[in-house]
Design a binder for this molecule. Structure first.
Ligand SMILES: Nc1nc2c(c(=O)[nH]1)N[C@H]1C(S)=C(S)[C@@H](COP(=O)(O)OP(=O)(O)OC[C@H]3O[C@@H](n4cnc5c(=O)[nH]c(N)nc54)[C@H](O)[C@@H]3O)O[C@H]1N2
Ligand SMILES: Nc1nc2c(c(=O)[nH]1)N[C@H]1C(S)=C(S)[C@@H](COP(=O)(O)OP(=O)(O)OC[C@H]3O[C@@H](n4cnc5c(=O)[nH]c(N)nc54)[C@H](O)[C@@H]3O)O[C@H]1N2
Ligand SMILES: [Mo]
Length: 768
């Protein structure tokens, strides 16, 4: 039973709707995750595998980047972590027979859900120019094909090397090293669509693009503000941390257009009381309009400034820059404009202010609700202003907490996967490896799509991910991809990017996190390798797979990069690629020499020196209130306040995740907490707006986005769901809605697609 994928497709998308839940997790969550896991893996494998998740001798959960507490529970995973593991550890297989039965044209008609449900990829597969089907290919031939296309390019900058955030530190380091030795900084990654706005804002203001808090800080804080994040679905283990913080006396303000079940009430399945009763988490819910956060924080800042003794003058004098200019801008903040921007009541903001002023130690957590707007960078800078005002950075219980998505997205960036690398990083690479890395900045995700579209890039290589489904402006992105000479995907599972290809295409199947990684050394003996990852709180630790690999033809990601590099760079390269493949410890030794904070890496990560379970990377602002910015201080900033303005009769659409998906991987068709079952094509609209617009619950509409280029982008056939979202705002799931997001609708500075603010009109569907 465990090995049979569903047969019917297109999957019947027939949403059924109940009232949303008011609490997350508890018994139903455990039952639900076990059901999905057992369908994929069977009962025994489910039990054995899940017990290894996030244990000190086990593997890092391939779900989110939330850290593991020091005192681990026997089951240190959550419902959605279990689904992520099941998705990878499934017993279903996509073999050469499957590809023989399904031409690419057929795969292109299938839903992402159906593709993912087919199981793990087992063989390297090649789609020749003009061929209808992928055929099995040897690894040698696959590397020859890539080398052929790469060496035929007029410039290394015609190649693009994408990374999704599951790639280990070791693989990521080798990957960027290869790309740069080949000669390009074209290293876009999923961060460009994710927390790039956080990185841009934090680097400018505090000097480092990472969060400044640990789990301990959350436990010690007086006030935790969770803005633009849905941890009940996307970071479920964060709820345990919030629960603990509350037990220690913290208050929680939630800022969100949607009431999200997990933040209302949490029934911790790991404690007997929690399982049944649960803890109320949110003390104050601010139901903000999409994109209203900058205005809200600006007004709070003005109110703090106007309160006698509320500002930490000593901290500001000693550690910050730009205070005068900032206070001038903040004092100009206006109540009426803020109430319009946020849709909040005056009393609600006053209540928030009271909680802020009562707190000595404040943390602000955020995710995609703050990062995917046109004005995301100034919004996050305003959050920094807010924390700086009361000295809430660099002391226990306080700080910035951008909650990362993919399990190693932060580590990949630390390893140098970045299209705009710092000169100091390139200098260190040059010194260690003896070649001159390119200095010119490369393409990020949006620029890579433009380059492919315009014929300026010809080879697209992806280390994981599902680029065409995750990227904005689906039709434009797909057309761009089809112009490439060669597209290559290193993947564990089948996805849409394998069906929308360049003239030639390769699928290179790879080991997942859960699988044992054996490499043959120079003496002919196999030794087990482990890799390392960095979580959202800068903790680096080892991850060791335990399961037998899905197929004997798989290569690990480090092995794929090392073999590719040897084939492409040949004798000219002085880098010991073969040694790197045989023994990942030698890669870690080089990381230790190139990247600050990794000194003595091997010893510290294995526990042979220091405490077991890894180590925390240095962070100037957190550790010693040292701010490595251009001014040498923490920078206050004073950007003009912006918020989205809606033309008459339009709604602002955010594109978000359901409870049964991991980005473009769809686990199932339910969104349990929001009361939606058996379908994904739903649009959540406030009943008031629905009434004004004449949209009955249960009617079907097309979502039509309106953009300055005059092009109408349409996503047809969405069931209207009356839902308690903020006025003027709507919500629908991604990736189905990526057709609506124009390629050039991006955030200022970070160039992140504005996936949380798309102006749409809702038209009755022709089929309705
Ligand atoms: N199970 C599971 N886990 C995941 C993922 C997954 O798909 N599934 N994805 C992973 C990845 S890569 C990431 S980046 C994270 C994403 O984690 P989240 O950011 O939690 O993901 P989204 O579903 O995009 O939810 C955005 C939240 O912000 C709110 N929001 C939207 N716009 C605004 C706004 O303008 N202001 C405010 N204040 N709130 C707003 C939405 O209502 C929603 O609650 O999760 C990671 N973990
Ligand atoms: N409209 C809209 N678009 C968005 C977002 C949004 O909120 N709204 N969110 C954005 C965000 S935050 C992100 S992070 C991106 C995500 O973009 P991506 O990271 O590109 O997409 P994923 O869906 O996470 O990629 C899933 C695929 O990764 C492969 N995979 C899984 N595990 C492994 C592994 O261990 N190794 C390798 N090599 N491959 C593996 C599998 O083949 C799987 O099909 O999407 C972005 N796009
Ligand atoms: Mo993400």
């Amino acid at each position: 039973m465990a090995t049979k994928p569903p047969t019917g497709d297109p999957v019947q998308d027939a949403p059924q709707v109940d009232a949303p839940l008011r609490a997350a997790a508890g018994l139903p969550a455990v039952a639900h995750s076990l059901k999905i896991a057992q369908q994929q893996m069977g009962v025994r494998r489910t039990a054995l595998t899940l017990l290894r998740v996030n244990q000190k001798d086990g593997f890092d959960c391939p779900g989110c980047a939330w850290p593991e507490p020091d005192q681990r529970h026997k089951a240190e995973f959550c419902e959605n972590g279990a689904k992520a593991v099941a998705e990878e550890a499934t017993l279903r297989r996509v073999t050469p027979d499957f590809f023989a039965a399904h031409p690419v044209a057929d795969l292109a008609t299938r839903s992402g859900y159906w593709l993912g449900q087919q199981g793990r990829l087992t063989h390297p597969m090649y789609l020749a120019d003009g061929a209808e089907r992928y055929e099995p290919v040897s690894w040698e031939r696959a590397f020859d094909i890539i080398a052929e296309e790469l060496t035929a390019l007029a410039s290394p900058d015609e190649a693009v090397f994408y990374t999704s955030g599951r790639t280990s530190n070791e693989a990521a380091f080798l990957y960027q090293l290869f790309a740069r030795e080949f000669g390009t900084n074209n290293l876009p990654d999923c961060s460009n669509m994710c927390h790039e706005s956080s990185g841009s804002a934090l680097t400018e203001t505090i000097g480092i693009g990472k969060g400044s808090v640990s789990l301990e800080d959350l436990y010690k804080s007086d006030l935790i503000i969770v803005a633009g994040q849905n941890p009940g679905t996307n970071h479920p283990r964060m709820l345990s941390a919030l629960e603990k913080a509350k037990a220690n006396g913290a208050r929680i303000i939630t800022i969100n257009p949607l009431p999200e079940a997990g933040l209302e009430r949490f029934k911790n399945p790991q404690t007997p009381q929690g399982m049944f009763k649960g803890a109320t988490l949110t003390d104050l819910f601010l139901q903000i309009r999409l994109g209203g956060d900058q205005a809200l924080f600006r007004l709070l800042n003005k109110l703090i400034l106007e309160t006698e003794g509320a500002v930490d003058d000593a901290f500001i004098a000693e550690h910050t820059h730009g205070y005068e200019e900032f206070t001038e801008a903040a004092r100009a903040a206006d109540w009426d404009a803020t109430l319009t921007a946020t849709g909040l009541q005056r009393a609600e903001i006053e209540e928030a202010l009271a909680l802020v002023l009562a707190s000595e130690r404040t943390v602000v957590c955020w995710a995609m609700g703050l990062t995917q707007h046109k004005h995301s960078v100034p919004t996050i800078r305003e959050v920094v202003n807010f924390l700086l005002l009361r000295g809430n950075i660099g002391r226990p219980g306080a700080g910035v907490c951008p909650v990362r998505g993919h399990s190693n997205v932060q580590g990949d960036r630390t390893m140098g996967v970045f299209e705009r690398p710092a000169p100091a990083f390139l200098d260190a690479l040059e010194k260690e490896f003896g070649f001159a890395p390119p200095r010119e900045h490369g393409f990020d995700v949006v620029r890579a799509i433009e380059a492919l579209r315009d014929g300026e890039a010809k080879v697209f290589f992806a280390m994981g991910g599902n680029f065409v489904a995750a990227s904005p402006d689906t039709h434009v992105t797909e057309a761009a991809m089809r112009r490439a000479a060669l597209t290559v995907h290193v993947s564990t599972k089948l996805n849409r990017s394998h069906a929308v290809t360049g003239a030639r295409a390769l699928i290179l199947p790879t080991l997942g996190r859960t699988e044992r990684d054996l490499q043959v050394g120079p003496n002919g003996k196999s030794t087990e390798q482990f890799v390392t990852v960095e979580d959202s709180m800068s903790m680096v630790h080892a991850s060791r797979g335990r399961l037998t690999p899905a197929s004997k033809h798989l290569l690990s990601e480090p092995a794929i990069v090392a073999r590719l590099a040897r084939r492409v760079l040949g004798e000219a390269s002085r880098t010991p690629w073969e040694e790197f493949e045989q023994d990942y410890a030698t890669v870690r030794d080089r990381i230790a020499k190139v990247i600050p904070g990794f000194e003595d890496f091997n010893a510290r990560v294995t526990g042979s020196a220091g405490r077991p379970g890894g180590f925390t990377l240095p962070h100037g602002p957190r550790d010693e209130r040292r701010f490595p910015t251009t001014t040498g201080k923490a920078n206050f900033t004073a950007a003009p306040v912006e918020y989205p303005k809606l033309p008459e009769g339009r709604l602002l659409l955010q594109t978000l995740r359901s409870h049964d998906q991991y980005n473009t991987t769809i686990y199932g068709l339910d969104d349990r907490y929001r009361g939606i079952r058996n379908g994904r094509r739903v649009v959540l609209v406030s009943p008031h707006d629905a009434q004004d617009l004449g949209l009955a619950d249960g009617s079907y509409v097309d979502l039509v986005s309106e953009w300055t280029d005059g092009v109408e982008r349409r996503a047809p056939g969405f069931r209207v769901v009356h839902y308690p979202t903020a006025r003027g705002c709507a919500a629908a799931y991604y990736p189905e809605t990526n057709v609506l997001i124009p390629l050039d609708a991006t955030a200022d500075t970070s160039n992140t697609p504005t996936s949380k603010s798309v102006v749409v009109r809702l038209e009755q569907s022709a089929t309705d």
